[in-house]
Design a protein around this ligand. Structure first.
Ligand code: ADP
Ligand code: MG
Length: 229
């Protein structure tokens, strides 16, 4: 999925990554520092003081989230390994995403074309991987639409397809998915796909992306089936 990189290219990739990471972390820290200075220098009303403290907390949480996401990529490991019953999990994740969809004028529908099926992995991480992909699908449909989630069996594998009717991507854009800090959004971190791809890889899964500009995108995630029923 991710291309292999050798020699000089590898070094320059590492440098770019370090620079992007530093930049992303510095932004919220600079803002938080600004608020700390304001709190120190000016006599301010208690209400405003609390508002500043909340903003500082938010910025620090944002910086922490970037570090946590980055660590999934830098040090990929599954916190717990267990059997996961995927039909129940997909229902649960789709319920979670339903309200996010409503806020964006997007309907989330789920089709489960198979019986109880188990895969091996980390339940919490699987959630994170699916949510990042579903969120992107919803965010790609600024005019609204439907996000369709399908679960089916494909030989010895389980296929989770997540389809949107959004802006779509060119082949070049699809290739960039998963590169840390690659984002086309004003408030994007560009870490979502990197986190999802790392998690799916850790769980021995594969991702296939089909996309067409102006039509939409389908992410198909394949996992080896551990057992059925
Ligand atoms: P972020 O969402 O913070 O921008 P991601 O890593 O989740 O970061 O996604 C990277 C970029 O890939 C997005 O900014 C977007 O341009 C593109 N992308 C991801 N998923 C989709 C999708 N379903 N449809 C169109 N573009 C997408
Ligand atoms: Mg995203």
């Amino acid at each position: 999925m991710r291309e292999r990189i050798f020699g000089y290219e590898k070094l320059s990739f590492a440098r770019e990554l370090a620079a992007a990471f530093a930049h992303e972390i510095r932004n919220p820290l600079t803002v938080a520092k600004g608020f700390v200075q304001l709190l120190r220098e000016t006599p301010i009303h208690e209400e405003k003081q609390n508002a500043y403290l909340s903003l500082i907390e938010e910025d620090l949480a944002h910086a922490e989230q970037i570090i946590n996401d980055y660590l999934v990529y830098a040090r990929p490991e599954l916190a717990s390994v267990e059997e996961i019953e995927v039909t129940a999990e997909l229902r649960h994740v789709s319920d979670l995403m339903y309200s996010y969809g409503v806020g964006h004028g997007v309907n989330v529908t789920v089709f489960l074309h198979c019986q109880e099926t188990y895969i091996i992995g980390d339940r919490g991480k699987l959630y994170q991987a699916l949510i990042n992909i579903m969120k992107n699908g919803i965010e790609a449909m600024s005019e609204g639409g439907t996000l369709t989630v399908r679960l089916s069996r494909l030989n010895k594998q389980l296929a989770i397809a997540i389809q949107d009717q959004g802006v779509g991507m060119t082949d070049e854009e699809v290739k960039r998915l998963g590169i840390p800090f690659y984002s086309n959004k004003a408030n994007g971190t560009g870490l979502g796909m990197m986190v999802s791809y790392s998690i799916i890889e850790m769980m021995k899964g594969q991702v296939h992306v089909m996309s067409e500009k102006g039509v939409g995108t389908v992410f198909t995630i394949l996992f080896p089936i551990a057992r059925e029923g």
